[in-house]
Design a protein around this ligand. Structure first.
Ligand SMILES: [Cu+2]
Length: 66
């Protein structure tokens, strides 16, 4: 599993946008959780880590691999 720290999520729409973005990254087999209050996402699979953070940035948030 890969854990990401995400800054800038403020509501469930943000969570949905991040979830969709992560699901669209090649190599992601499952988005386990996107947690609003913790600012955290957990995914399964073997995606390129730079592609993961780039997909989140495209939605307007900043992300780092924890
Ligand atoms: Cu929002």
């Amino acid at each position: 599993m890969i854990t990401l720290t995400i800054q800038g999520m403020s509501c469930q729409h943000c969570v949905a946008a991040v979830t969709r973005a992560l699901e669209g990254v090649s190599g992601v087999t499952k988005v386990v959780e996107v947690h609003l209050e913790r600012g955290q996402a957990i995914v399964e699979g073997t995606p390129d880590l730079a592609a993961l953070t780039a997909a989140i940035k495209e939605e307007g948030f900043s992300a780092t691999v924890a």
